[in-house]
Design a binder for this molecule. Sequence first.
Ligand code: ZN
Ligand code: ZN
Length: 154
Amino acid sequence: MEIRVSLPLDSDGFLRRQCPHCNGLFKWHDGPANEEAENADDPTGYHCPLCGRPAEPDRWLTDQQVEYIEGVATPAIARYADDLLRNAFKGINSKHFKVKMTGHLDAPDEPAALVEPDDMMIVVSPCHSYEPVKVPEDADGPLHCLICGTPFAV
Ligand SMILES: [Zn+2]
Ligand SMILES: [Zn+2]
């Protein structure tokens, strides 16, 4: 089974992220921001703009996104299990032997879709200027390049 969850972007195409080390919130641009970014190699990890520490690309979900993904996945899994049970019972019905399944497994409702506000300010590192990030307005530098982790002042 496959569960698709889409996370919202702000109106500039930025996705909210949370650092697994310092829990700081920032945003990165979802998908290549321009041609130069498109031609660059996919990095094996990213650096937190706030603390500079690296982590793999899939480790940056915010608490809210984790909660949302679990909220979407749980009812989907419950529906899937319900279908499996129903099909299993169908198979053992025969003239001599009847099994009836009544009711459904309890599936919680899906959560309301996340909304991404247009907050934070765009900053660009001097070394990898094709990967802009957004950081909270009150972030006091130095900030770190998302791609290579080099500190820079804003
Ligand atoms: Zn961090
Ligand atoms: Zn860099």
